[in-house]
Design a protein around this ligand. Structure first.
Ligand SMILES: Cc1cc2nc3c(=O)[nH]c(=O)nc-3n(C[C@H](O)[C@H](O)[C@H](O)COP(=O)(O)OP(=O)(O)OC[C@H]3O[C@@H](n4cnc5c(N)ncnc54)[C@H](O)[C@@H]3O)c2cc1C
Length: 398
């Protein structure tokens, strides 16, 4: 009688997960890759393509079907992002701001009434979502230095302040915004609100021009006595810190597959170019120094993949309000730190293999190379990620 197979730890995707990744990557190659050059050249926002993502079932991935979502887990949403990032990294960034930072956060933390009001439109792509945490004076110290305030007045809150570098800001219909309801309580006096772009007192102050991820729209937002219904408070008043910290851990777990998708594409481009480009009468892939680069890039991509999936799996069942401390806090910071730094090395070698043509603005590898620095800055800088990891190792975490 054959022996029962020994259960193996899941170090790779199941057949179903692989099929999801293949399907989204195929969709992105067909529908989104053709838009990428124009998005980069003109900072063009393809509104119809974003809405079409909803039609294809790629928005609201983690939201239950009763609100119009996909009813899938965080791990699967990471695979969706990986597939999008391979072929249109700028839409990948817009997607993660929408689907993870805004939509998943609203689903996890908002009241049933708010879920029913906002999630269906966000899942269909009729509405674009964003998250506003960072301010001109509050970046790495987002909670401590936050100046945006929310003052209760009757059935509303009046929001005052400025948010900066907000992904999807210029095109967002619905924004999850953090503000201080009790400034004297520091980070324990922060609350989260859903703001609609048509609420009086809200405006996009300026669209910001970027060196990379150019098709992803970024803005400075201003709130001047912006009147938000009290019912749009997400979670408890002064309970925003749990929403932020839990959301940031999930965001960090989700940025790693964005890095992975970009690095996979860069390796593919380098492999193609190394075999096509001839010098000294033979393909440059015949030279051992080029072969060494390809081998190192491969090792980086494969280790990124393993760690990314492992941490996504660990974050998959994070309870509502969980995270922001402990093992998952360190692991998610480590995952995004490792993925972004590895991606940086992969892209540097990919451009090197392309020689002068990799330095030309219009080339695909150059478009990727200009983009990647962001992923060592956004969702907490590399330095902040190191502070989180060492803080947990030394028992000095929050
Ligand atoms: C394109 C783009 C999109 C973004 N999208 C969003 C978004 O959708 N929503 C949102 O809320 N925010 C968003 N951000 C903001 C992003 O999260 C912040 O830029 C980031 O957290 C860093 O803040 P900062 O830029 O103010 O840098 P700072 O905090 O001013 O940091 C400057 C430098 O000082 C270092 N530093 C700071 N404190 C320490 C310390 N204690 N120890 C050691 N070094 C330190 C930093 O690591 C960095 O190197 C986006 C940013 C960009 C550029």
């Amino acid at each position: 009688m054959p022996e029962a197979p020994t259960p193996q730890p899941a170090f790779d995707l199941s057949a179903e997960q692989q099929a999801t990744l293949d399907a989204v990557a195929d969709y992105a190659r067909r529908e989104l890759f053709p838009l990428a050059a124009r998005m980069d050249a003109e900072e063009w926002w393809p509104a119809a393509a974003f809405a079409a993502l909803g039609g294809a079932g790629y928005l609201g991935v983690t939201v239950p079907e009763r609100y119009g979502g996909g009813g899938l887990d965080l791990f699967t949403s990471g695979l969706v992002l990986q597939g999008l990032a391979r072929w249109n990294h700028a839409l990948g960034l817009a997607w993660v701001a929408h689907d993870n930072l805004c939509v998943n956060n609203i689903y996890r933390n908002a009241s049933e009434e708010l879920r029913r009001r906002y999630l269906p439109g966000l899942c269909s792509g009729e509405l674009v979502g964003a998250l506003g945490l960072t301010e001109p004076g509050a970046g790495s110290d987002a909670l401590g230095s936050m100046r945006t305030s929310a003052r209760r007045e009757g059935d509303s809150y009046l929001l005052n302040g400025t948010k900066i570098f907000i992904t999807n800001g210029p095109v967002a219909d619905v924004l999850l915004v953090y503000a201080k309801t009790a400034p004297e309580r520091g980070p324990r006096g922060i609350s989260a609100f859903i703001v609609q772009k048509d609420f009086p007192g809200f405006r996009v102050a300026q669209k910001l021009t970027k060196m990379g991820f150019r098709g992803s729209q970024t803005a400075e937002l201003v709130f001047s006595d912006c009147r938000v219904p009290a019912a749009n408070l997400v979670g408890e008043e002064n309970g925003g810190v749990a929403v932020v910290m839990s959301g940031l851990d999930l965001e960090r777990a989700m940025i790693a597959p964005l890095c992975l998708g970009i690095a996979e594409r860069a390796l593919e481009l380098a492999l193609e170019y190394a075999q096509a480009r001839q010098q000294f009468g033979r393909p440059i892939a015949d030279f051992q120094m080029i072969q060494a680069k390809l081998a190192e890039m491969y090792v980086a991509v494969e280790t990124m993949r393993t760690f990314t999936y492992r941490v996504l799996a660990a974050a998959n069942d994070l309870e509502i309000g969980g995270g922001g401390r402990g093992r998952i806090h360190a692991l998610t910071a480590a995952s995004v730190m490792y993925a972004s730094e590895s991606m940086n090395r992969v892209l540097s070698e990919a451009v090197q293999i392309h020689g002068g043509s990799g330095y030309i603005w219009e080339s695909e590898v150059n478009r990727l190379y200009r983009a990647i620095k962001l992923l060592e800055i956004g969702a907490g800088t590399t330095e902040v990620r190191k502070l989180i990891i060492s803080g947990e190792l030394l028992g000095r975490g929050p």
